[in-house]
Design a protein around this ligand. Sequence first.
Ligand SMILES: [Zn+2]
Length: 211
Amino acid sequence: MLLDFCFSDREDSWEWVDSVDGRFSVAMCKKLLRLNRDQGRNQNMQWESWVPNKVNLLVWRAEFARIPTRDALVQRRIPIPTMSCPLCEVDDENLKHLFIGCGFAYGVWSFICKWCKVDPFCAFDFKDLLLLCDNIGGNKWRKKIMRGIVMVTIWVLWKTRNAKVFQQKTSRVGEVVAEVKSFSFLWIKNRSKFKNVEWKDWSDFPLYICN
Ligand SMILES: [Zn+2]
């Protein structure tokens, strides 16, 4: 055991091998813990403070395919009357279809992009939705607002889907967009530093508050 050990006449001391100068710091320790955790979970979602926990949690669960879409129910051998997507009734429902491939969802995203004055996005996977705000230039809050709006849109789409499945309530694309605008307005006004945001300005162009 001691064969590879090199003895010296120096006094013994503790050394933190993961730092440059050998000194321990709590910050370095936290950084290492975070690094290990992030590598382990490979997650794109970032918790967004101005939207409520229920929205953050849904997006978090969706990223790990932990929401009961119809394909997930079939995989768990739960009997369901149909595989059809409740929003478009054209294709089978799965996570990717519901939030990206679905014609209804596409209509919603198109309006959301126009509202935020960003180019229509290209998403191939659910995870791509969570990375959209990375392409938004400008300050930190522009990214935060865009990230939150994407999350609120996912949440409202899921809510709309559930209303159709459990209450047979059909919504139009315009109604879903209106809900995204009003919920996001309520939360940005009450849960962020932008207390003075005005409904008219927000509903015209939400990123105006970052100018
Ligand atoms: Zn669909």
